[in-house]
Design a protein around this ligand. Structure first.
Ligand SMILES: O=C1O[C@H](COP(=O)(O)O)[C@@H](O)[C@H](O)[C@H]1O
Length: 240
């Protein structure tokens, strides 16, 4: 595991952008393509805007990228809580990519369970039987230690057979749909992006505490053969 510490969210986004572009370009040079699972929430917004800025936009061949989504709030695309909407607004509408490079969850005109099945089918089509899965899975971490939609106390934390599942999240009054830990842990690399003092307590517990994934689900992330990176800012790492 490698921990990369940056001064603040701006520097963190810069450092992560360099890492991501370098990693993507290496994969493109070797395999002719690069696949990434994006994370949602608010932390990646600055990173996305930076990737789409003049500083980074021309540093990679976007036509070789494939975008997946780690997890999704089961709301219509027009809803501000949609992770897909955030990713389009901050990145995908700003860089030269085609629709067929974007593989996101269907959250409209479909039941959550059926959407999860379809997404699992899609992922298996790409990765079943392959030595490694998605090249890079980018993860966030909530103040409560959740990652993806693996929330504290939810049975889905321990799912091992399904690659994708959906469930009703009472506390947020919505369905969630998410990759499970086997698909994340099968990635070529996993990189957390974590910023802000609000995450410091959970981060300390995840990285330095006892193994309690029911309380701190981010602990379940442990790639089988890929690299594990934690990109954090000083505020998030303040208790380490
Ligand atoms: O609900 C979610 O939260 C986490 C963390 O988000 P952040 O706003 O604290 O950065 C995110 O990684 C996940 O994709 C999202 O669905």
């Amino acid at each position: 595991m490698q921990i990369h510490k940056s001064k603040d969210i701006d520097q963190l986004s810069q450092d992560f952008a360099h890492f991501l572009i370098d990693y993507a370009n290496q994969k493109i040079a070797i395999n002719g393509a690069f696949s990434v699972a994006l994370s949602g929430g608010s932390t990646p917004k600055k990173l996305h805007l930076l990737l789409a800025s003049d500083d980074f936009k021309d540093k990679t061949d976007w036509s070789k990228w494939h975008f997946f989504m780690g997890d999704e709030r089961f709301v219509p695309f027009s809803d501000d809580r949609s992770n897909a909407k955030m990713c389009y607004e901050t990145l995908l509408d700003r860089v030269p990519v085609n629709k067929n490079q974007i593989h996101f969850y269907q959250t409209e005109n479909i039941e959550p369970a059926e959407s999860a099945l379809q997404y699992e089918k899609l992922l298996r089509g790409f990765y079943e039987g392959k030595q490694t899965g998605i090249d890079l899975v980018i993860l966030g971490m909530g103040d409560d230690g959740h990652t993806l939609s693996l929330f504290p106390g939810q049975p889905i934390i321990h799912e091992t057979k399904k690659w994708v599942d959906s469930f009703w999240l009472e506390a947020q009054d919505m369905y969630r749909i998410t990759m499970t830990h086997p698909i994340a842990n099968h990635a070529g690399a996993v990189a957390f992006l974590v910023a802000g003092a609000g995450k410091s307590k959970a981060l300390k517990a995840v990285l330095e505490g006892a193994y309690e994934p029911d309380i701190y689900p981010s602990q379940i992330i442990s790639p089988t053969s890929g690299e594990l990176h934690w990109f954090i800012d000083e505020a998030a790492g303040g208790l380490l």
